[in-house]
Design a protein around this ligand. Sequence first.
Ligand code: UDP
Length: 248
Amino acid sequence: MRKTVDVLGIPVDAVTMAEAVEKVGRFIEEGGKHVIFTPNAEIIMQAQRDPELKDILKNADMLTADGAGVVLASGMLGNRLPEKVSGVDLVQEIFRTFASKGLRCFLFGARPGVAEEAAVNIIKDNPGIVVAGCRNGYFSDEECDEIIAEINKSAPDILLVALGAPKQEKWISKHLDKLDVKVCIGVGGTLDVLSGKVRLAPEFFRKSGLEWFYRLCREPRRAKRMLDLPRFMLRVIQARLTGGRRLS
Ligand code: UDP
C-alpha cells in the first residue's frame, strides 16, 4: 500500500531511494502507465496557486521529495520523510539498477543537442541501457503529435521529460493517454546535468540542505522564483501551528 506524507496538500511518498527504485521496477514489470514527479519546495508552492498543477501532482503514481526543504517540512508537520530522493539522483539510480536488464529510455527535453550529449554519458556510465531516442524540449503545440509518434515508435520503458516545472507536469498529464510508455518521469534540469553542461552542487551543499544557496549563487536569475522557499517554510510553520498534519 502507498504510504504518503501530506506536505501542504501534496501527498509525497515516504520512500527511500532504494524503495523508490524498487517501485519503478514494479511499475515496469506490471505494465500500464505510471507517472512520477519529484516536487521540491518551489513546485509545492506553485501548486498552492495553481489548482491544475495540484491535481496533476495528486494524481501521480509516485511523488518523491526533491530537496532538503520538503524533507524538513515533513518533519515539522509531524511525519518525516525518510530521505531526499531528487530527480537527478533517482534517474541515475534507475540507470544503474536496470542497465543490465537492457532498460530502454527516451530523453525528451532541454536545449537542442543536450539530450544527445546526455545519452553518450548515460550509455558510457551504464552499459546495457538503451537510449531509444532523444528530442529537444523546444517545440510548438502543432509538433506534439509528431513528438509523441516518435516516442511511441522507439518503444521506451521510461520516458524522461525535462521541460522544467510546471511545463513537464502539464505536458505529461495532457498527453499521457496517447503515450505508449510504462513510466513517465518529470525530471527538470536532469539532462543538463547528465550532459555535463550543468554541475550538481558539491557534496557539502547537497548533504547540508544548502543546495538552494549554491544554485542561487550560480544562477542569480532564479532569485525571484526562489522567494518561494521562505514562503514555503512560512506556510509549513502556519500548517504546523494550525495542526495541518496527516499521514495517509
Ligand atoms: N526546457 C525545455 N523546454 C522549455 C523550457 C525549458 O526543454 O520550453 C528545459 C531547459 O532547457 C532545462 C529544463 O527544461 O533543461 C529546466 O531546467 P530547470 O533546472 O530550470 O528545471 P526546474 O527547476 O524548473 O524543474
